[in-house]
Ligand binder design. Structure first.
Ligand code: PEP
Length: 253
């Protein structure tokens, strides 16, 4: 059975006090209510990982993640953080290839494939983001765009490695815009991604990969999205900053 995941990407938000309050509130809810094969992931900025770890440590179904890492193990890369460092402070997940990293930091297929390798080599789980921009959706080339992102950064992995990756389909036009892909549009793309994996590897392997949806998920639309056959949870941005909204989204899974 595929893992269900709700992950909250805080992006560059929250000071120390806000981080502590939000994490405490989410921790209490997860401790009381999350069961089965569901995992909740809190993904704060790097500086809050160690302090939030103290709150989430030992809580079943609750894990920490990071928003990015460098592809090299270490060395003269001022300002960067390696996958090994993240693993050593308690991260289980690392986002790779968020559209904001692609857009503002020029991350391309090649560097993202190296980041995926670095995360796996440190025994963590990459949350690999893919998704088309509005112009692709409008001219109907969204499948080609997403296929290229997935193939170029993930398909060098072996059949045993690929189920250790979580994929997040995040149409760029839906991130932080308040526009959500309809449940039908999202399901269609998730099924397409799973088919790509089945064609490259096999159906059994494809059925093991958790594929999350991201893009303006809110308590009001989470239930319908998560009910789709190939949607295994969500990567949540804005709504993960409010504990009430985030915990309501968790309840929807
Ligand atoms: C995200 O940043 O991954 C995201 C999905 O953001 P939002 O939920 O705010 O659209």
């Amino acid at each position: 059975m595929r893992k269900k995941i709700v992950a909250g990407n805080w992006k560059m938000n929250n000071d120390r006090e806000e981080a502590f309050k939000l994490t405490s509130e989410v921790t209490h809810m997860v401790e009381d209510e999350v069961k089965g094969n569901t995992e909740v992931v809190i993904i704060p900025p790097f500086v809050h990982i160690s302090s939030t770890r103290k709150l989430v440590e030992g809580i079943a179904h609750l894990h920490l993640g990071a928003q990015n890492c460098h592809e090299e193990k270490g060395g003269a890369y001022t300002g960067e953080i390696s996958a090994g460092m993240l693993q050593s402070v308690g991260c289980k997940y690392v986002i790779v290839g968020h559209s904001e990293r692609r857009e503002f930091f020029g991350e391309d297929h090649e560097v993202l494939s190296k980041k995926v390798d670095a995360v796996l080599a440190s025994d963590m789980i990459p949350i690999f983001c893919c998704g088309e921009k509005l112009d692709s959706r409008e001219d109907g080339t969204q499948n080609e765009v997403v296929a290229q992102q997935v193939e170029k950064s993930l398909f060098h992995l072996s059949e045993t490695q690929i189920p250790a990756v979580v994929i997040a389909y995040e149409p760029v036009w839906a991130i932080g815009t308040g526009k959500t892909a309809s449940a039908e549009q999202a399901q269609e793309m998730h099924a397409f991604i799973r088919k790509l994996i089945a064609e490259k590897y096999n159906q059994d392997t494809a059925d093991k990969v958790s594929i999350l949806y991201g893009g303006s998920v809110k308590p009001g639309n989470a239930g319908e999205l998560f009910a789709q056959e190939d949607i295994d949870g969500g990567l949540i941005g804005g709504a993960s900053l409010k504990s009430r909204d985030f915990t309501d989204i968790i309840k929807a899974i």
